[in-house]
Design a protein around this ligand. Structure first.
Ligand SMILES: Nc1ncnc2c1ncn2[C@@H]1O[C@H](COP(=O)(O)OP(=O)(O)OP(=O)(O)O)[C@@H](O)[C@H]1O
Length: 585
């Protein structure tokens, strides 16, 4: 129950609704309990008529009609209150589910990139959906049936004791056995459900990956392998489901058996006591039979509730694991200062935690506001890492990064990111319209601003070529853009922010050199005052930059401008000449 304590704040938040639910539940049970008593009264009236204590049949008839009327009224009242009980408890559980989902999602958003590297997407999704639903069962049905069971027990058993104490004792004997049996069964059901759940998770991950990688699967012609792998997984999943169904099948027969046994005891002991004159009338036996049946569900639900609480506890523990994590990148300043855009790396070393790869090793450079730096180098040399460190997606392992002369950690994190227009290597676009995708950079952007940004990114004409223009929906249910178009939409998204620092991570690789040139010219026009870092594999992207750095293995191997570097034998000159030759041929 330790983990579930976390939810107390939500119970507190909805305390009035819950209190109302409690009162309604008690009311519903009290009304439900009128029925056995009224039936006892009716049976007694008939018994008295049979015994000759009442001679006028009309009196019996009117007594019966009176009781039937009251039973109908009580049942109605109980039904309405039961409806309201669900409306309060279950509605509160939905509210709490909503709050918790939001809390988990916000926490996911706050956590740093390394968190996503360490945890699988499937697991993240499971905790926000499956685990939260299991927790809802605790705050909803478990709480509701718990309150209902306790109320019913207290009221029914006190009624039973006042009517016939010894008979009560005999009648209740099988009920704890029933409760224990159902609890054990629930534990077995839980264990098997967990296995079923795990297989379902695997099946989901497999299916999701198969759909995402459908192009690879088809082009490699490996559908058969995937079909048979799926078949294998689905078959195992089916077998685990069958195992589960077998234990579940015992549930109701067991309940019926033990209740039947209680009924027999009532009839046998009750009958004997009636004959011996220990109980006043047959009506009491009838009343007890009804009580026993009324107690069936609550007794069974004790086991069920226990297992629901256990499952919720396990799920909340998993949720808490994530909720308790602190983002590794923390904001240390609430002061919003305008970031101008001077960038300096001083002996920066960066090691990726998960792989222990030293991506940058004692790396230093300085870039003034308004300057453009081009970074070239082989794959895996550390180029993207430089940009990620400027956006504080990670913090440096050693050395320091200064922005406007101040340590990057001392700046307000959201202001820093606000002032950066970052275009990552794999342009990710959301399954929304092109307009919405561009507007991610500036939520209140006007139509003119959107078009201007698209023009700067040299993608406006492409967009106008689509029948729905800027309203064209992208992604799974929409249009698929070409690699180059995607890159340019994502550039437009960065430009529209009008940031002081622009970071382009090899984001023109799928664009021809002429369009690239055009974009750079546009960029120059709007970025007089902006600091720009352009990571590329092409010398053409670097030609007009104020500074060029060539990186290898996390270190700078060449530094200078285009003119300087083409006069020195080395990586840049080779790359430039090679690309010149390719262009000519
Ligand atoms: N998230 C990560 N976790 C662990 N190691 C990483 C991560 N990202 C990059 N690396 C490693 O750090 C090194 C530098 O990677 P980086 O992405 O900065 O290179 P790059 O020069 O941008 O490469 P490319 O030109 O292929 O994009 C590589 O060895 C890479 O395997």
């Amino acid at each position: 129950m330790k983990s579930l304590k976390y939810l107390n704040k939500y119970f507190l938040k909805y305390k009035w609704r819950l209190l109302l639910g409690l009162i309604i539940t008690i009311g519903a049970r009290v009304f439900a309990l009128f029925t056995p008593q009224l039936i006892r009264n009716s049976t007694n009236a008939i018994e008295k008529y049979v015994n000759g204590e009442i001679v006028d049949v009309e009196i019996v008839k009117s007594e019966l009609l009176y009781n039937i009327g009251l039973i109908i009224a009580a049942v109605f009242a109980s039904a309405i209150l039961t409806f309201l009980m669900r409306q309060t408890f279950i509605v509160v559980s939905r509210f709490i589910e909503y709050d918790l989902k939001n809390e988990v999602f916000t926490q996911y958003q706050d956590l740093s990139l390394d968190f996503y590297k360490k945890n699988r997407t499937g697991d993240l999704m499971n905790r926000i959906s499956e685990d939260v639903s299991k927790v809802r069962m605790y705050v909803g049905p478990a709480l509701m049936y718990g309150v209902q069971t306790v109320t019913l027990f207290v009221v029914v058993i006190s009624y039973m004791i006042s009517a016939a104490p010894t008979l009560t004792l005999y009648t209740l004997i099988p009920l704890p056995i029933l409760s224990i049996a159902i609890y054990r069964l629930s534990v077995a059901i839980n264990k098997r459900s967990a296995v079923v759940q795990q297989f379902l998770s695997e099946l989901n991950t497999f299916t999701q990956e198969s759909f995402s990688g459908i192009a690879v699967i088809k082009s490699y012609g490996i559908q058969d392998k995937f079909n048979s792998d799926f078949d294998h997984l689905a078959n195992e999943s089916k077998e685990k489901n069958v195992d589960l169904a077998k234990v579940q099948a015992i549930f109701f027969p067991l309940m019926v058996l033990l209740i039947g046994f209680s009924n027999l005891i009532v009839i046998y002991i009750g009958g004997k006591q009636y004959i011996n004159g220990e109980i006043e009338s047959v009506g009491v036996i009838v009343e007890f039979l009804l009580y026993v049946n009324m107690l069936t569900w609550p007794v069974a639900s004790v086991g069920w509730i226990t297992s629901m609480v256990q499952r919720a506890e396990a799920s909340q523990k998993r949720i808490n694991e994530f909720l308790e994590q602190k983002p590794s990148i923390k904001n240390h300043s609430d002061e919003i200062e305008n970031i101008k855009g001077d960038i300096e790396f001083k002996n920066v070393t960066f090691v990726y935690d998960d792989t222990n790869i030293t991506a940058l090793n004692k790396f230093s450079f300085k870039l003034n506001k308004g300057e453009t730096l081009a970074i070239l180098g082989n794959t895996g040399s550390g180029k993207s890492t430089i940009l990620e460190l400027i956006g504080r997606l990670y913090d440096v392992s050693e050395g320091e990064i200064l922005i406007d002369g101040k340590p990057i950690e001392s700046l307000n994190l959201s202001e820093l990111r606000q002032q950066i227009g970052y275009v990552p290597q794999d342009a990710f676009l959301f399954s929304q319209s092109i307009r919405e995708n561009i507007k991610f950079g500036k939520s209140d952007a006007s139509e003119e601003e959107i078009i201007a940004a698209a023009k700067y990114a040299a993608v406006h004409e492409n967009i106008m070529g689509f029948s729905k223009g800027y309203d064209t929906v992208l992604g799974e249910r929409g249009l698929t853009l070409s690699g180059g178009q995607k890159q340019r939409v994502s550039i437009a998204r960065a430009i529209i922010k009008d940031p002081n620092i622009v970071l382009f991570d090899d984001c023109l690789s799928a664009v021809d050199t002429e369009t690239e040139e055009k974009i750079f010219n546009n960029l120059k026009e709007i970025s007089e005052e902006k600091t720009a870092i352009i990571v590329s594999h092409r010398a053409s992207s670097a030609r007009n930059a104020d500074k060029i750095i060539v990186v290898d293995n996390g270190q700078i191997i060449q530094e200078g401008n285009h003119q300087e570097l083409i006069n020195i034998d080395g990586y840049y000159k080779k790359l430039y000449e090679k690309q010149l030759e390719e262009k000519d041929s």
